[in-house]
Design a protein around this ligand. Structure first.
Ligand code: FES
Length: 181
């Protein structure tokens, strides 16, 4: 009789009191959580990457005094920007041309706004008597000394500019290029 009672009360529990159903629930739940973390972690990293790269917006010292520049002619400068690119975090050399326009400076990127080739100072063939200061060798865009394109250029907007600040007379720039026009 006692044996029958034990048989009737028997459940599919293991020694530790875990039923098969509970075990499967925990196992599936754990596996699901692991898979969600495996997929979610890279996605979260990707989603937060812009915040991390926003650090590139910090101002960097160009090593030049604002007083070095005038409105006569753009002056080429180089400076280092710290860039977070995927898994890489490094300093890269950047170039710019700086000229004074009114009471402001223009810190212009040397990348052509057509397809991104490097512009350089126009030689006599392209300057048209000094009218155009920059020439892009790829498809012959021309820009004046303020980086404004000629009407017949494939480039349809002026050279992009770096935002800048003058701190104690020193020129600082941000790595976030801005479009004009
Ligand atoms: S890339 Fe400069 S004109 Fe095309």
């Amino acid at each position: 009789m006692e044996k029958d009672d034990q048989k009737q009360n028997a459940t599919p529990e293991g020694k530790d009191g875990l039923t098969r159903r509970q075990f499967l629930t925990y196992a599936l739940g754990g596996t699901g959580a692991f898979m969600a973390a495996s997929i979610g972690a890279p996605l979260l990293t990707f989603a937060l990457a812009p915040l991390k790269s926003a650090g590139a917006a910090n101002m960097v010292d160009t090593g030049h005094k604002a007083s070095e520049f005038n409105g006569q002619e753009p002056k080429p400068i180089t400076f280092k920007l710290h860039v977070n690119d995927g898994w890489n975090s490094k300093d890269v050399d950047k170039q710019a041309y700086v000229i004074q326009q009114g009471d402001k400076l223009l810190v212009m990127s040397p990348l052509c706004t057509h397809l991104g080739c490097l512009v350089s100072k126009a030689d006599t063939q392209w300057s048209e008597g000094g009218k155009w200061y920059f020439h892009c060798p790829c498809h012959n865009s021309k820009f004046d000394k303020y980086g404004v394109q000629s009407p017949d250029s494939p480039a349809t907007r002026p050279l992009d500019i770096y935002p800048y600040e003058v701190r104690n007379g020193q020129l600082f720039v941000s790595g976030q290029l801005q479009k004009r026009g």
